[in-house]
Ligand binder design. Structure first.
Ligand code: NAP
Length: 300
């Protein structure tokens, strides 16, 4: 079997276009422009790249983008004061504090100080609880993107066996909740899981969110399964020339694609969906704040 490639880049472009249409409608019919505030503390190079592209895409879909860049030694008090200001700003519908924060700042405290209705990352304890109890919440962007691609590919996921490898709060756990919400039979695997290859071989859907380059080989994949590779790992690529590197996922793409029914590539799979879902969440938050109907197909 040669797997169908699930093109996350194209799918994300479609989601952003859908968001842009809805934003234009909101402006025209209600005079409202959704606004996303992104807070970056320090100068972590990867975070700077993420924040730049988030800002660019926010503006491209017609939303207002507010960037707050703070010194690496910003105090917790000052950061909390900024979050409070954004919580009270009616022009701001979504707030994202870029992680990781410098070590002297308490991430949980900062995230839980965001108004849950504006928590477009879906990391606030209230949103985690709402998702876990099957209630309307803000859903973490990366797992939401994975769910959208799975629904698009399969239609209904009901009754499918899903294995999520990884139990982080930002990917693995919310992914498992979303799959459960869509009536999959869900297994969460992690570093202590026994017989991981056998566990993965049972799965109709495999979501790999580990952070280990090409850890899942093709012979762990059930023939015809759908593979969603969340991993983003930079590895040396001497074949591209001296000192060169490349991005790979947590799945060994070539061998997995030979057995899977469908697979997301890295890059160009889950990655682009994450920012698209951030924009979708900001739109959803804006509609909820203004008691307007939520756009269809952009939330869980
Ligand atoms: P994380 O917090 O480091 O969690 C990794 C998980 O993998 C942990 O639960 C860990 O288990 C598990 N694990 C580690 N080694 C394992 C092994 N040998 N066998 C089975 N499980 C193992 O990572 P994360 O934040 O969830 O991110 C995972 C990957 O996704 C990373 O590559 C990250 O860069 C990528 N990512 C991509 C996007 C995107 O937009 N595409 C967004 C977020 C993250 P224990 O809990 O037992 O330690």
């Amino acid at each position: 079997m040669v797997a169908q490639v699930i093109d996350g880049k194209a799918f994300a472009a479609k989601v952003r276009a859908q968001v842009a249409d809805q934003v234009a409608k909101l402006k025209e019919e209600n005079g409202i422009t959704p606004g996303l505030a992104v807070v970056l503390v320090g100068e972590d190079p990867a975070s700077q790249v993420y924040v730049r592209s988030k800002g660019k895409m926010t503006v491209e879909v017609g939303m207002n983008s507010y960037e707050h860049k703070l010194d690496v030694d910003t105090s917790e008090e000052d950061l909390l004061a900024l979050v409070e200001k954004l919580n009270n700003d009616p022009a701001v519908h979504g707030i994202l504090v870029q992680l990781p924060l410098p070590k002297h700042l308490n991430e949980d405290l900062v995230i839980n100080s965001i108004d849950p209705a504006k928590d477009v990352d879906g990391f606030h304890i209230s949103n985690v609880g709402l998702l876990g109890t099957g209630q309307k919440s803000m859903v973490p962007c990366t797992p939401l993107g994975c769910l959208m691609m799975l629904r698009d590919h399969h239609g209904s996921l009901s009754g499918m066996d899903a294995v999520v490898i990884g139990r982080s709060n930002i990917v693995g756990k919310p992914m498992a909740q979303l799959l459960l919400g869509d009536s999959c039979t869900v297994t969460i695997a992690h570093s202590r899981t026994k017989d991981l290859p056998d566990v993965v071989r049972r799965a109709d859907i495999v979501v790999a969110a580990v952070g280990r380059p090409e850890m899942v080989p093709g012979d762990w994949i059930k023939e015809g399964a759908t593979v969603i590779d969340v991993g983003i790992n930079r590895i040396d690529a001497p074949e591209k020339g001296e000192g060169k590197n490349k991005l790979v996922g947590d799945v060994d793409y070539a061998s997995a694609a030979a057995r899977a029914g469908a697979i997301t590539p890295v890059p160009g799979g889950v990655g682009p969906m994450t920012i698209a879902c951030l924009l979708a969440n900001t739109l959803t938050a804006c509609c909820r704040a203004n008691k307007l109907p939520e756009p269809e197909g952009l939330t869980a």
